[in-house]
Design a protein around this ligand. Structure first.
Ligand code: F6P
Length: 373
């Protein structure tokens, strides 16, 4: 009897933990069902171009700890609205049937898709066309409401915390205000967690509009306490009461085209005339998604990977793996995706920080300002 074949792809941006899910899934598919596994490269693009590699003990050896994805990532390849050239003209077209044909030719029994809202929306659409699909949610932003915690978040928080610590020593030496911009899009989870863990003095998140005066007040208050330096952690998508959010760039061929960016520089520029200190900024950028995966994320990814394999074994297709009440489970993809684009943020609706929630209260009780008063 021929072995069942399972395919994996990693869509959207990379997140630490993707390789750990691949590593675990390959081994669990073997031990639970004696399946063969292949991996399509560059997300859905590989499904269309039929570009895949064998995934086995040997090809996945030594990847558990590594960030990125050995299958590579792409957040621009929605096969239901794909850019192709026809008669010398670039047009948008549904090429999903070609992908399905490729999977049939490769004898793929089930497809496991690791990604955010856009990737999982396509997963749902493939499920509607009869493909046996299982989704595994990923994003460093931790903004998916369908699951308690996504892999990659803990690693990003550790990196940001570590860097806030580094900024402390230099800010203190120069008596500067240092503003550090972190990822998260419209969710402030990374800034909030790393800001608390790294002892930021001000945390600015999209869920709580800030005012410049609020930052000035904190800088001055610290001075009266003998602390002539201040660390501000700001989410890239934070919004100023007086001026809104800061758009960094538009990635035209990405369906979720808006990239936030530039807020730290903007605040530094506006703040400097209002305080006595020199004000500098620092953008952590993709460093937050790079390097090795944290121990917590490796364990979390392993749990996601094994659960996905169990779901294949039990035939729970058209679903996404979840973690709720610290228990692995699953929900129908139909319930968790909504966007219909390739944005990578919000499976099941965005999970954002509650401005009156416990963590904000904890931060405030610690004396951290949100510059909102
Ligand atoms: O959603 C994850 C994320 O890292 C966001 O925090 C960030 O805004 C975005 O992706 C950056 O995307 P890209 O790497 O495509 O610029």
């Amino acid at each position: 009897m021929t072995k069942k074949k399972i395919a994996i792809l990693t869509g959207g941006g990379d997140a630490p933990g993707l390789n750990a899910v691949i590593y675990t899934l390959v081994r669990a598919c073997k031990s639970l069902m004696d399946c063969e596994v292949i991996g399509y490269k560059f997300g859905y693009r590989g499904l269309y171009t039929n570009d895949f590699m064998p995934l086995n003990r040997s090809t996945t050896s030594g990847i558990l700890h590594k960030g990125g994805s050995i299958l590579y990532n792409s957040n621009k390849d929605n096969l239901f609205n794909y850019t192709v050239e026809e008669n010398g003209v670039m047009i948008q077209k549904d090429v999903s049937d070609i992908a399905i044909e490729n999977m049939k030719k490769a004898d793929v029994h089930a497809l496991v898709v690791l990604g955010g809202d856009g990737t999982l929306t396509s997963a749902r659409d493939f499920a509607r066309k009869g493909v046996n699909v299982i989704g595994v949610p990923k994003t460093i932003d931790n903004d998916l409401s369908a699951t308690e915690i996504t892999f990659g978040f803990d690693t990003a928080v550790n990196i940001v915390t570590d860097n806030i610590g580094k900024l402390h020593t230099t800010a203190e030496s120069h008596h500067r205000v240092l503003i550090v911009e972190v990822m998260g899009r419209s969710a402030g989870w990374i800034a909030l967690h790393a800001g608390i863990a790294g002892s930021a003095d001000v945390i600015l998140i999209p869920e709580i509009e800030y005012s410049l005066q609020g930052i000035v007040d904190k800088v001055n208050e610290r001075k009266t306490h003998g602390k002539p330096f201040t660390i501000v952690a700001v989410t890239e998508g934070a919004r100023c009461k007086e001026g809104g959010a800061s758009i960094g760039r538009i990635v035209e061929d990405s369906p979720d085209a808006i990239r936030f960016g530039g807020i730290a520089q903007k605040i530094a520029h506006q703040l400097e005339p209002l305080v006595e200190n020199e004000v500098r900024h620092c953008v952590l950028g993709h460093i937050q998604r790079g390097g090795d995966t944290s121990a917590f994320d490796r364990v979390l990814s392993a749990r996601y990977g094994v659960k996905a394999a169990e779901m294949i074994r039990d035939g729970h297709f058209g679903t996404m793996v979840t973690l709720r009440d610290n228990t692995m489970g699953f929900v129908p993809l139909e319930e968790v995706v909504g966007g219909g684009d390739m944005g990578e943020t919000s499976a099941g609706g965005a999970k954002t920080v509650d401005p009156n929630g416990e963590l904000v209260r904890v931060a405030k009780a610690m004396g951290i300002s949100f510059a909102d008063e």
